[in-house]
Design a protein. Sequence first.
Length: 337
Amino acid sequence: MPKISVLMSVFNDEDYIKEAIYSLIHQTYQDFEIIIIDDGSVDQTASIISSIKDPRIKLYKNKTNEGLTKNLNKAWDLSKGDLIARMDGDDISSSRRFEKQVSFFEQNKDISLLGCNSKNIGANKKNKSAAANHEELKCSLFLRVPFPHSGVMLRKEDFDNIGMKYDEDFKYAQDFDLWVRASRVLKFYKLPEVLLEYRIHEGQASSIHRSKGSTFDLMVRKNQVDELGIHYSEEILKLYNKALSSSKSLLSLNELQTLDTFYCEIIDQNNKKGLYDKETFKNKLGESFRIICIQQLLQKSKNGKYFRESNISKKYKANNSDKLKMMFLGLLSKNTN
């Protein structure tokens, strides 16, 4: 049996699929199978995959388009490896990705899911950050997914033992939903290394997801807020989701004040219930609100300066470099509306 089962769902990826598969075939760690579900592609994707002669590649073709979530569960059920690795048909794994992830799992038996950092293909800047432990990741997941779906590796048995796979009610944000649910009972870790090159283009699922208004992100966030026992209006929840889902959301002063109150209520309720590490959670939410305000300043809106007088700024203490950045951006927006 292979050590790793790579799950791929592809649809009309003829421009990128060969490069994606070759990045797997040329891994320094070679004990794996690649399970590919072609989701009714109408281009040459399936033919390109079939032309790559490697016995570890197992191609299954859907007659109709069934969507990413169903395909991932189908591939999950077909997998034989102890570890499941995700990979998209338009991304590139670094040559030592599997080597580093398997080595970490062998040395850390208590970890069930491992994330990594990534860089955008064609970009000079890497989305690199420090390693993150379980409590940090669990708190980050209250806001958004802190690592790329396509770079994840997990222990299949651990997820099977608690009966968790992708929820097929989620056409998009299926990873967000699964990681939030699993993080309540399993331990996660994020490696600091950049092990994935992530491609951004209009045809990809995440771009389509963003264009549909993050409806499925809203479903996840509603479940999280409900778990804390917070009372809210539909308008406030939509505003909260809007602010977290798009860096280009221009918010009024009243909306920022509403968000400030809502963020503080979330922090206070967690202090009562203790679902998340209190200090880490407070800092993650404070940083999130600070970034929302910075995004306003970057769009030349004076409203972003509200952070300095916000209630959450009294709970969360930004470091000196962050304060200087906000002061500088505030000066830039001084003569704008």
